[in-house]
Ligand binder design. Structure first.
Ligand code: SAH
Length: 190
């Protein structure tokens, strides 16, 4: 298939947004694959800040980063991304060029621990405030479960009303697939 799948498209956007030396955010580190990818893109001079409310996610990701010799360019926080602006030092304001959020619950883990509209939108608002012009936020929306469907509706409503003078907002979605596959919402700050 020539059309990029959701994971590929997310990575293409991250590659476009991030230059060596940049600051990137993993809003939901989960099993850590995106954290590793972001850490590779920011290079030795850059840095990644990662968030997850589950200790198991932080632990798995730390191990994965250590194995890839990338731990020194990543800081992980075992608390919610809704505390992002209070957590990341002001000296990084205007230097964040990319952020990724894989929403929903972590497969194979506690399905009741899932991202929620209020906290996800809080994180996006904070990011839009502190990130660089031209920075991109990618939200991978998993809406096949009940809370996910609620989050999808709230997010679509929220991102649709972001002023077009302030940001470009894109929805990337295969529309003829069964079983509610994930789709992307990408926000590029002007
Ligand atoms: N649905 C995706 C994986 C999502 S993982 C897939 O199938 O591939 C989502 C992660 O977000 C989980 O590890 C969960 O612990 C974390 N999470 C939930 N609420 C959060 C919050 N407020 N801040 C940061 N991470 C959160």
């Amino acid at each position: 298939m020539k059309l990029e799948r959701v994971l590929q498209f997310t990575r293409s956007l991250m590659k476009k947004a991030i230059e060596p030396g940049d600051i990137a955010i993993d809003g939901t580190v989960g099993n850590g694959y995106d954290t590793v990818f972001l850490a590779t893109l920011v290079g030795e001079a850059g840095h990644v800040f990662g968030f997850d409310v589950q200790d198991v996610a932080i632990k798995t990701t730390k191990e994965r980063l250590r194995e890839s010799h990338l731990l020194d360019r990543v800081t992980l926080y075992a608390h919610g991304h809704e505390r992002l602006a209070r957590t990341i030092d002001e000296k990084f304001t205007g230097k964040i060029t990319a952020a990724v959020f894989n929403l929903g619950y972590l497969p194979g883990s506690d399905k009741t621990i899932t991202t929620t509209p209020i906290t996800t939108i809080a994180a996006i608002e904070q990011l839009l405030d502190i990130m660089a012009a031209g920075g991109i936020i990618v939200l991978v929306v998993y809406h096949g479960h009940e809370e996910g469907a609620r989050e999808r509706d709230a997010l679509l409503k929220y991102v649709s009303q972001i002023d077009q003078e302030f940001a470009h907002v894109l929805q990337y979605q295969f529309v003829n697939q069964q079983n509610n596959p994930p789709f992307i919402l990408a926000i590029e700050k002007k």
